[in-house]
Design a binder for this molecule. Structure first.
Ligand SMILES: Nc1ncnc2c1ncn2[C@@H]1O[C@H](COP(=O)(O)OP(=O)(O)OP(=O)(O)O)[C@@H](O)[C@H]1O
Length: 245
């Protein structure tokens, strides 16, 4: 469904993505792990066309989205991206935040967008927060609202960049639960994470990024429990040392 083919991204003298290839099947959840600076966010930004690739191609449902003729707005409608910090507009209520893109960008009627937003908010237990401003919500609630904002565009693919990193540990669970529910709905997701527990719990496959490439990939229990590559072992040893596995 998503095919990343030999994507290259260079910032200055630094090759961040070095002919990186990765395929993601429909309904699959892939976790990207790797050291800080290994290019996880850059890769997600390339898929969402926020960062232009220098070489290589990315296909979604067989269509090349990195083709310069592809309309980025149309592509982003099919690919939702949620960042570490929730990026809800502080001067808008939760409902207004969620309705913004459907009404302004996708020209849906307010009634339709409101109904759909409320359906999602209800589903994730945030219906009573619809009229609240983001600063009245906990971090976990804000992050769930940010995910709903991506979901109302009915994306084919959801990209999650460190969505639990900014949260207090006791709030991580509610976001994890929501992501698990999306997975059981069949949502295809690619997520970048430093939390190996998170990767283990939700991912069908874990891909370890190193040196601008996917060095090793496979089921979480294999990559996280019994990695083949010495560099993956090294990375995991550091994570264990830091108490994050
Ligand atoms: N716009 C940019 N201009 C220059 N360098 C950049 C830019 N964006 C990212 N980089 C560099 O690219 C490298 C990869 O960054 P990236 O954020 O993709 O890594 P990451 O694996 O997501 O890291 P982290 O786990 O810390 O979030 C870093 O060295 C970063 O400084």
């Amino acid at each position: 469904m998503l095919a990343i083919d030999k994507v290259r991204k260079v910032f200055g003298d630094h090759v961040i993505l070095d002919d990186l290839s990765l395929d993601v099947a429909e309904h699959e959840v892939v976790a990207l792990i790797g050291a800080s600076g290994s290019g996880k966010s850059t890769l997600l930004r390339c898929v969402n066309l926020l960062t232009e690739v220098d070489d290589g191609a990315i296909h979604l449902d067989g269509e090349e989205i990195t083709d310069p003729r592809a309309d980025p707005d149309l592509v982003r409608r099919r690919i939702g991206l949620v960042f570490q910090s929730y990026n809800l507009f502080p001067h808008m209520t939760v409902l207004e935040n969620i309705m913004l893109a459907p009404v302004r960008v996708h020209r849906r009627s307010s009634d339709e967008a409101r109904a759909q937003a409320m359906q999602w908010l209800d589903r994730v237990g945030l219906a009573e927060k619809a009229g609240a401003y983001p600063d009245r919500l906990s971090g976990g609630q804000q992050q769930r609202a940010a995910i709903v904002r991506a979901l109302v565009n009915s994306p084919r693919l959801l990209l999650l960049d460190e969505v639990t990193s900014a949260l207090d540990p006791e709030l991580v669970g509610e976001v994890l639960t929501m992501i698990r529910e999306l997975k059981s709905d069949g949502m295809t997701m690619v997520l970048a994470t430093h939390e190996m527990g998170f990767a283990k719990q939700v991912a069908d496959r874990v891909a370890f990024l190193d040196g601008g490439r996917v060095l090793e990939q496979g089921p979480p229990e294999q990559v996280l429990g019994d990695p083949v590559e010495p560099r993956t072992r090294q990375f995991l040893a550091r994570i264990i040392e830091a108490g994050r596995l």
